[in-house]
Design a protein around this ligand. Structure first.
Ligand code: KG4
Ligand code: ZN
Length: 384
């Protein structure tokens, strides 16, 4: 099954929501510590398509995945200098394994990626691994670490940013915050993990998106709110749901409702009266106050989990991890507690296929046997 000795090449496909993505990684299955290198990562975002609807329209997303998947996979192969089948005239690495996100996510979108990957696996006679999207987010935190030696000279794109040097020390407390999920995961080592807290209602990203809608801001709400929040002041003391609860669970729906009542009781200054500037500042203040409340809850509960489990490392991942305020606040507070904090670059936080390839690599390294292509099925509610 393995070619070129201990090194293997994985082509991963991700299409669980509104990004069509493919990536190639090179990994070593025999090394004591994980050893891999991202060779390419291509993401085709559908944001402009969904923006006019104010959110992701599943039918539109699935159709766009159908159109995008082939060019995206092709580009990932070209960027990596890899090929699907051996070419005697070229020394390019050949794909050994296929990996695909088969859940959780939008079912029609998942089916596009899953069936495409199965078709490739069947035609090429290659093994295939189904990967859980949230496991992808979990492992994305290790995607750029210098402590995980690369197999080639690192491409500049993937070289680590500051602050993440050294080996990963366990236990790890991982905060995963995305559009559909908010969870705290305890990792005892690279291969053993369990969810110790999750959201009881809206996910953090979902709250950002819904509050943006209330403020009349475009989809996706997270980046828009965080940009606006930079010029805002924290003038409103929004609730911090479940901040003091004894468990590690979250709830963001009450916070979203508090923003709704605030706007109802103190309407935004009207544009038609020429109060544009005043309206912008008021919106920015609400955005900032809301962001502060979310960050406060996420960081406090993560740190409490870290202390409760004597964690040596805290990781942050998922789309909301692109939020600068969250990244900075978590890092500063971890430093204060002398806990190492790993925050991957934003391109590894929002949906991408490199994280799916990395999760597949860890699965293989842990002895997981690829399944027959006919056994891989999209499952919209697959739990991590
Ligand atoms: O992980 P992801 O790309 O997709 C899912 O698996 O859901 O996360 C998307 C979510 C969206 O809700 C989006 O608004 C949020 O991540 N997001 C952000 C930021 N960038 C993306 N939220 C807050 N601040 C950001 N800068
Ligand atoms: Zn995601």
């Amino acid at each position: 099954m393995k070619s070129r000795g201990k090194n293997i090449v994985i082509l991963a496909i991700e299409s669980s929501c509104d990004e069509t993505a493919a990536a190639v990684i090179l990994g070593n299955l025999k090394s004591k510590l994980p050893r891999f290198q991202i060779l390419s990562s291509v993401i085709k975002s559908q944001i402009p398509l969904h923006q006019k609807f104010g959110g992701v329209v599943p039918e539109v997303a699935a159709r766009a995945h159908v159109q995008n998947i082939l060019p995206v996979v092709k580009k990932a192969l070209v960027d990596a200098g890899a090929s699907l089948t051996p070419n005697p005239l070229a020394l390019s690495p050949v794909i050994d394994y296929l990996a695909v996100t088969s859940g959780p996510g939008l079912i029609a979108s998942l089916i596009v990626g899953t069936e495409f990957a199965k078709g490739l696996a069947y035609a090429l006679g290659k093994p295939i691994l189904p990967v859980n999207h949230m496991a992808g987010h979990l492992y994305s935190a290790f995607g750029h670490l210098p402590s995980i030696p690369s197999l080639r000279r690192p491409a500049r794109l993937w070289r680590s940013g500051g602050g993440n040097k050294g080996v990963v020390k366990f236990p790890v407390i991982a905060l995963i915050v995305s559009g559909g999920h908010t969870m705290i995961v305890l990792m005892r080592d690279y291969y053993n993990y369990k969810v110790i807290g999750s959201t009881l209602d809206d996910a953090a990203g979902e709250a950002f998106d819904k509050v943006a809608k209330l403020l009349g801001l475009p989809y996706p709400g997270g980046p828009t709110i965080s940009k606006l929040a930079e010029s805002g002041k924290s003038t409103i003391n929004f609730p911090r749901p479940m901040l003091n609860s004894k468990n590690y669970d979250f709830s963001f729906s009450g916070l979203k409702t508090a923003v709704y009542y605030h706007i109802r009781d103190y309407p935004l200054p009207s544009l038609s009266l020429g109060r544009d500037r005043e309206r912008l500042q008021t919106t920015a203040n609400i955005a900032r106050s809301f962001e502060d409340a979310v960050v406060d809850v996420l960081v406090s509960k993560t740190l409490r989990a870290a202390q409760g489990h004597k964690a040596k490392t805290v990781t942050l991942s998922g789309g909301v991890a692109a939020n600068k305020k969250l990244r900075d606040t978590l890092m500063v507070n971890c430093q204060r507690l002398h806990v190492k904090c790993i925050v991957p670059p934003a391109r590894l936080c929002t949906d991408n296929a490199a994280m799916i390839a990395i999760a597949a690599y860890f699965k293989l390294k842990n002895g997981f046997q690829p399944v027959a292509y006919s056994q891989v099925k999209a499952d919209s509610s697959w739990e991590i």
